[in-house]
Design a protein. Structure first.
Length: 139
């Protein structure tokens, strides 16, 4: 069995963003040489997410609105977590909703997706460098 590991680094300047990282994951898969197996894609920071969905601008806008209603950034004083000097409690909650990681099957050297599926990095507290772990195992 082969094993492959790589870290992808992101430096999102704004507070929030959704970045389609499918091409980067496909490049990792090609590098790995794995034809049959699994890929784990994991956000390594507790205010970021990795998720699978459609790459459609309207949907991403809807996520922004929905997440802000669920866990509004302001007022930052509304969150006990922020009393320790942070202002990112909302980002922790948004990450919890959007998820930490995805696992995708690899079949014939390709990501085995359903229709329209893409992998995204979700940033909820940008302004510093963060990473995503890509771990591929298989034959």
């Amino acid at each position: 069995m082969k094993s492959y590991r790589k870290e992808l680094w992101f430096d999102i300047t704004g507070r929030r963003a959704f970045v389609n990282i499918t091409p980067e994951i496909e490049a990792c898969l090609a590098e790995s040489g794995v034809r049959e197996g699994l890929v784990l894609v994991n956000a390594m920071h507790i205010t970021a997410s990795v998720f699978i969905n459609d790459d459609e601008r309207g949907l991403h806008h809807d996520y922004e609105i929905w997440l802000e209603k669920l866990a509004p950034h302001a007022p930052v004083s509304a969150y006990q977590h922020n009393r320790a000097g942070e202002d990112n409690a909302d980002a922790h909650l948004k990450r919890q909703v959007m998820g930490r990681e995805v696992v995708v099957a690899i079949t014939n050297g390709k990501l085995d997706f359903g229709p329209w599926e893409q992998i995204f990095y979700g940033e909820f507290d940008g302004g510093r460098r963060k990473r995503v772990l890509v771990k591929i195992i298989g034959e």
